[in-house]
Ligand binder design. Structure first.
Ligand code: GDP
Ligand code: MG
Length: 306
């Protein structure tokens, strides 16, 4: 039963910044996509300049969730995880209102431990999310697992979810909202991202490459959008996929071009949903010899401010 005071409180707007961290493959992108993707439509507004790179904004009646980027979201390379986590914690996590630390199933790995270590310095609430609970056969093991995780540090809350099956996501949303400060909205209600359409298009292509070819190859892949021509009813997009080696080019193209075709059509479907328009997508693969061009690589991964 809600008291008059609760009702009154529930109309106070809340708005804050949220970082999502966790080792590769736990399901961070899946969660964000479900929370944000269907809502991302491209607006013509000028990018906001904030201290954070915004991944997506989700606005409900009285809560505005601003998910911010941490390099770990894009950088899926194991070797770099430690360094990145530490840098991220220092630069980004300190100024968010809430950190979500994602782990999966009943697992606790060395990489989870690294992330935990990196979070030691964080004095903001840290919410532990246990993802992929749909894959846990023995449901009665979840509670003891939660119990053992709760001893690793003080977590604001521990929430089991399945990002893929969307289970428990309403509870997740409620809990996250509770930790955001009372504040007027910082962005217009209809604003969902500060990323350029080109950037989003490149990310979608990268995601499809990852899905279809696994994690190793995509790290060495750069996607550049050479053309993004937004017409009345259709968007023409030309994507150039740059790889380091000839062999990688062959893998990406596949027998008779099948692989590239399939990457392209999966990317197109997502782009049409995201941009809410028909999309004509053309993809090319090129070998870029000696792309030790860090600036470019980092840029394509979304690190540098541009
Ligand atoms: P990230 O590296 O943390 O961003 O992880 P991704 O979001 O890319 O997910 C890695 C893999 O786990 C993908 O194949 C997802 O489909 C899968 N995945 C993510 N969430 C769930 C979940 O709740 N249940 C199951 N069964 N698979 C999931
Ligand atoms: Mg990801």
């Amino acid at each position: 039963m809600s008291s008059a005071k609760d009702v009154e409180n529930s109309t106070v707007p809340r708005c804050g910044f949220i970082a999502l961290v966790g080792r590769p493959n736990v399901g961070k992108s899946t969660l964000l996509n479900h929370l944000l993707r269907q809502k991302i439509s491209i607006t013509s507004r000028k990018p906001q300049t904030t201290r954070h790179r915004i991944v997506g904004i989700r606005t409900t009646d009285n809560i505005q969730y601003v998910y911010v980027d941490t390099p770990g979201l894009h950088q899926d390379r194991k070797k770099a995880l430690n360094r990145i986590m530490n840098e991220t914690v220092d630069r980004v996590i300190r100024d968010v209102d809430l950190v979500i630390f994602m782990v999966e199933r009943l697992a606790w790995t060395e990489d989870d431990e690294l992330v935990l270590k990196a979070l030691a310095k964080v004095d903001k609430p840290v919410l532990l999310v246990i993802n992929k609970c749909d894959l846990v056969g023995e449901k009665n093991q979840i509670l003891p697992h939660i119990d053992s995780l709760s001893k690793k540090r003080s977590f604001a809350e521990i929430i089991p979810v399945s990002a893929l099956k969307r289970s428990n996501l309403e509870i997740f949303d409620d809990v996250v909202g509770k930790y955001l400060p009372e504040s007027d909205f910082l962005y217009p209600r209809d604003q969902v991202t500060d990323r350029s359409s080109r950037f989003i298009a490149a990310e979608i292509i990268r995601e499809k490459i990852t899905r279809q070819l696994g994690d190793e190859l995509p790290y060495q892949v750069t996607v550049e959008i050479e053309k993004f021509s937004d017409q009345e009813v259709i968007v023409h997009i030309h994507g150039l996929i740059l790889v380091e080696k000839k062999g990688q080019k062959q893998i990406l193209i596949g027998k008779g071009g099948e692989r590239l075709k399939s990457i392209g059509s999966a990317a197109r479907v997502d782009m049409e949903k995201t941009f809410n328009k028909k999309v004509m997508l053309k993809l090319w693969v090129k070998v870029k010899s000696g792309w030790a061009d860090n600036e470019r690589a980092l840029r394509s991964l979304g690190y540098t401010d541009y």
